[in-house]
Each structure stands twice: as C-alpha cells, then as structure tokens.
Design a binder for this molecule. Structure first.
Ligand code: PBG
Length: 323
C-alpha cells in the first residue's frame, strides 16, 4: 500500500491537527424569544429547554451569551393578540416590544451584535409574513412596511436587520430607506434561500404565529428547487445584502454549499426549531446522544459552507466545545 488513510485518524492529537472544520463561539447567532412582562421565563412546549423571556431575562441571557464568547443574538418577539392586525401597525411602533428589546440588549451589552427578525407574521392577525388581501399575500405593500419596520429597528439600535419574509424586492427597499435616513452602519442579513419548510413548526408555537389559513408556499421557496435559491441569493446580494442565509440547514446542506461557492459575502445558515426539536426528542427517548448530535450537526453545517449558524444550541455548543 502506498497510502494508508487511517494514519491520519490514529489518535485524538492527529485528528485534531488535521481537522478541516472547527467550531468557535463567534460562529453562532443565538435566537432569543422576547415576551412582555417582568420575570417571565416560559418554556416552549415543542422546544424543551428553550424559553421565552421578558426583557429582564432577555438582558440576562445576552450577558451570559456574551460572557461565553457568543457575539450575536437574533431577536424575535411574541406580540399580544390585541396588537395584531393586517397592516403591521405594531411592527413599526417605536415603543414596541422589539424596539425596547433592542435598546435593552444594546444598553446592557453594547458589544453584542443585535440582529432582528423582519417579517409581519408575529404581528399579523392572519399569521402571514405580509399584508393579506383576498386571501393573497400582497408583495409591494408589504415591502413598504418591511422597510419602515427595518428603519425603526435601526433607530432603536439594531446592528443588522434580518428580513425573513421572502417578498420580492425587499432588500433593495430596506437598503434604500436605511441610506435615505443615514443609517450607513446598519447591516442586512437576508434570509435569501428560505424554504417553505415543516421544520418551522415549533417556532410558530413559540411565537403563536402559525398561518391562520393556507401555507407560505406562495412566498417561501419550494424545497424541490436549488437553482431558484441561487437566483434569490444573487439578487439579494445585488440589492445590498451584507450576509445571506439559507434556511433550514440540515436538509439543505447542498444549498449552503452551492451558495458558498457562488457569492463572496458571508453565508449563514439557520438550524431551525424543528431541527432542534428532533434532536431533543430523540435524545429524550434515549435513541441518540444529544451532545454528540449537537456538535456533529453544527460541524456539518459549517463544513457545508456556513460562516455563521443561527442555532438554539448556541449555548450548549459552546459549553461542549469548552469541555
Ligand atoms: C418568520 C420566521 C420564521 C422563522 C424565522 N423567522 C417562521 C416562518 O417563516 O414561518 C423560523 C425559525 C425556526 O423555525 O426556528 N418569518
């Protein structure tokens, strides 16, 4: 034999020397679910071990994440039913929960990179990401609100806005409104290749944001398609996206790789709620080793080409990496 490939696998030391992919805390973006109130910590039933926090707990979480070396949070809010409508009124409220959460986190942990989800679903009486007319999600009127929503997040101090709505033309509209208002340091992390996926189920429990009628297939992408992801992503880059995202992650590693090889901006991937729930459920049954599943999953996502990973396992992963 000329080459024995097993030589490079002989010991932990050799394997560490030749490892091509190494996770670090700064790879992770930690999603946080914010609710009104004080001292509130509610476990999400379909996401065991993950919680909704009121502002005080959110700030505490941000401090802990920062101390662990995690450098970014992605904020989501749970909007009270009485504030939901079909226009996104609460989404642009300068004193809304999201805007207050941004300020609270930035004030407590100024270095933290605060990213915000931009879409209407948590605010929508229909649970859709845009404005509904005649059972259709209308594009251009929605884009107009998303741009104002992004501006309001920037005004509150967000470092990045992260549009997750999949309307056409929203990245350009957001970039324009930020430029017009002199927010020249606010970034856009575009959910560029966001698929219509069943893996968002637990998230919709977390925010009580499941669509009231129909599904999201007229705006989120068909999972049968890969070239469409490239088209969406290249357009977002042209429209000014600073970071592009693929979502979900584990069933879409081919898409992550395709995008990584096709753009020069950083690529992020969202390891979504259903992917979290599957690992939790199988581990609870004793069918897989949770710790190993977490690290293997996140390493695979990075190996596929993700520069950043939004994951509910951010804290667990850092703890495991430090062991
Ligand atoms: C809102 C949004 C969703 C997720 C992130 N932003 C849900 C959806 O599009 O229905 C899903 C995140 C997850 O499942 O972890 N547009």
């Amino acid at each position: 034999m000329i080459r024995r490939n097993r030589i490079l696998r002989t010991s932990p030391a050799i394997r560490a020397m030749v490892a091509e992919t190494i996770l670090t805390p700064a790879d992770f973006i930690a999603p946080l679910f914010v609710v009104e109130g004080k001292g509130v910590k509610e476990e999400i039933s379909s996401m065991p071990g993950y919680f909704r926090y009121s502002l005080d707990g959110t700030v505490q979480e941000a401090k802990e994440l920062w101390a662990m070396g995690i450098r970014s949070v992605l904020l989501f809010i749970k909007c009270a039913d009485e504030l939901k409508d079909n226009k996104g009124t609460e989404a642009v409220n300068p004193d809304g929960l999201m805007q207050r959460a941004i300020k609270a986190v930035k004030e407590a942990v100024p270095g933290m990179v605060v990213m915000t989800d931009v879409a209407l679903d948590p605010y929508s009486s229909y649970g859709h990401d845009g404005i509904v007319e005649n059972e259709e999600i209308v594009n251009d009127a929605t884009v107009e609100v998303l741009a104002r929503m992004s501006l309001s997040h920037a005004e509150a101090g967000a470092d990045f806005v992260a549009p997750s709505d999949m309307m056409d033309g929203r990245i350009l509209a957001i970039r324009d409104i930020l430029e017009e208002n002199n927010f020249t340091k606010t970034g856009i992390m575009a959910y560029s290749a966001k698929y219509a996926s069943c893996f968002y189920g637990p998230f919709r429990d977390a925010l009580d944001s499941a669509p009231g009628f129909g599904d999201k297939k007229t705006y989120q992408m068909d999972y049968a398609n890969a070239r469409e992801a490239l088209r969406e992503t290249l357009m977002d880059v042209d429209e000014g996206a600073d970071i592009v995202m693929v979502k979900p992650a584990m069933a879409y590693l081919d898409i992550i790789r395709l995008i990584k090889d096709s753009v020069t901006v950083p690529v992020s991937a969202y390891h979504v709620s259903g992917e979290y729930a599957m690992i939790k459920a199988a581990a609870k049954m004793g069918w897989i080793n949770e710790e190993k599943a977490i690290i293997e999953s996140l390493t695979s996502i990075k190996r596929a080409g993700a520069d950043l990973i939004a994951t509910y396992f951010a804290k667990d992963a850092v703890r495991l990496l430090n062991q």
